[in-house]
Every structure is written in C-alpha cells, then in structure tokens.
Design a protein around this ligand. Structure first.
Ligand code: SAM
Length: 228
C-alpha cells in the first residue's frame, strides 16, 4: 500500500533532489524514505533514529515496504548514522526544534562537506538554525511556510555557499519575508498578538522588558507592511 505522507513531509520531499542518496535523521516511522523510494525519487536511503522504539518501528515499516535492500535503518545519534563511504548526497532532519537540529549538524559538521543539500524542518527556533547555517558555510536556497493541524511549519533548504543574513532575515526568513504569503502573515499576526498579551502583563515600571517587547512587535508590523 502506498505511503501517504503528511502535507508537511510532502513539502519536505519536494526538495529532495532526484536520484539522491538520502539520510533522514530522526526517521521515526521511516515514512519519508519509503515514500521517496515508492515514487522513484531517490536511489537509496539511510533512516537514522536514536531512540529504540521509533528505530524498531522504522525497521518494521521498511520490512513491510519491501525496500530492505534500499533503506538501511540505523540506530544512531544524529549524523553518526553515516560515514563518508555511504556517499550520502542529501540529509533531511524534520520535526524537531531548531536548536536540536543545529546541535545535530554541529556535532557532525566535518562530514557535511560531501553532502549537496540539507532539507530541514524545525518546529521552532528557526532563527537559531538559520544562524548556524550561515556561520557554517551554508546558504539558504529556498524556504517554505505551511500550516497543518493548526500548527505552522517552516522548511529550510540549504546548500554550501556564502550568504550573510540580517537580524530580520534570521528571524523571519530571507525568502519568507520577501514572499509575504498569507500563511506567513497569519503566523506573525498571531505572534504579534501573543507579544501584545505578554506586554499587558509587564508592569509599567519595567521599562526594559516593555521596550524589548515593543521593539519586537514594531518589527513584525514593519515586515508585514513591506510591499513584495
Ligand atoms: N522526522 C519525523 C517527522 O518529521 O515526522 C519524526 C519526527 S519525531 C517528532 C522526532 C524524531 O527524532 C524522534 O523519533 C526522535 O527519537 C528522533 N531524534 C531526536 N533526536 C535525535 C538524534 N539526535 N538523532 C537521531 N534521531 C533523533
């Protein structure tokens, strides 16, 4: 039976290059590698998982898919799941916090020189992840924002390259803040409302905290007011 991906993982899948050898870190059920093999998009994959339960469920699903020859499921922490001899060309890391994704990349960064593309889907702290990418010789080549089950998700696609980001681009995303999609607007309007509620609870005497919140809110208004 064909694997039906969530809309979130479908968007991630769209950025995996044709013919890639994929390492999916934190592969849980191995849905992404299995679906990509079913559609003939990748040549083979490694599904890396650090926790035994999800590792076993990935193994079970790979066995049921009939792709045991093409997908190796490895119990490993982050990028320890592959060696240069595996000739991995693309890495996906999805469904984790942005800081954790940055930590995983940092811990194995010497191995990334031979990888063509990173496809990352942080659940939060996208700014930390963008900062790590830029500081470590990666340029963001595409970004997506989407919503599913009431949550907002951002997808960052990066390849080796130099690109400075301003503080605003780190926070809002260089492509996302230019595209100004309806979903982007909705995300940041909600963020503005949250900050407004927080501001109402900060005593007038606490000028420092109030002014930090006000600056963040003003920046959101400024970005949303830009013409695309
Ligand atoms: N990637 C899938 C997705 O996006 O639907 C699963 C997301 S799930 C919320 C996060 C998975 O990452 C969990 O199964 C967790 O065990 C795994 N994980 C967390 N830290 C990891 C690490 N350092 N190395 C490998 N897997 C990790």
């Amino acid at each position: 039976m064909e694997t039906v991906l969530s809309q979130r993982l479908r968007q991630v899948a769209a950025y995996v290059p044709q013919g890639a050898k994929l390492l999916d870190v934190g592969s849980d059920h191995a849905y992404l590698p299995i679906a990509l093999l079913e559609e003939g998009k990748i040549s083979s994959a490694i599904a890396g998982e650090v926790v035994k339960g999800p590792f076993e469920s990935a193994q079970k699903n790979v066995a049921a898919s009939g792709f045991e020859e093409k997908i190796e499921v490895r119990l490993a922490n982050g990028l320890a799941a592959f060696e240069p001899s595996d000739q991995v060309t693309a890495i996906s890391i999805c469904g984790m916090g942005g800081r954790l994704i940055a930590d995983i990349l940092e811990a194995g960064k010497e191995k990334l020189t031979s990888v063509d593309r990173l496809i990352l889907q942080p659940n939060n702290r996208e700014d930390d992840l963008r900062r790590w990418l830029v500081a470590n010789g990666f340029a963001i080549i595409a970004e997506e924002i989407m919503t599913e089950n009431g949550k907002f998700y951002e997808i960052l696609v990066a390849e080796a390259g130099q690109a400075e980001l301003t503080a605003d681009q780190e926070r809002f995303g260089p492509f996302l803040m230019t595209d100004l999609s309806d979903i982007f607007r909705l995300k940041w309007e909600r963020e503005w409302n949250k900050l407004d509620i927080a501001l109402a609870q900060v005593p007038l005497s606490n000028e420092e905290s109030r002014s930090a919140l006000i600056q963040k809110m003003e920046k959101i208004k400024e970005v949303l007011a830009n013409e695309s």
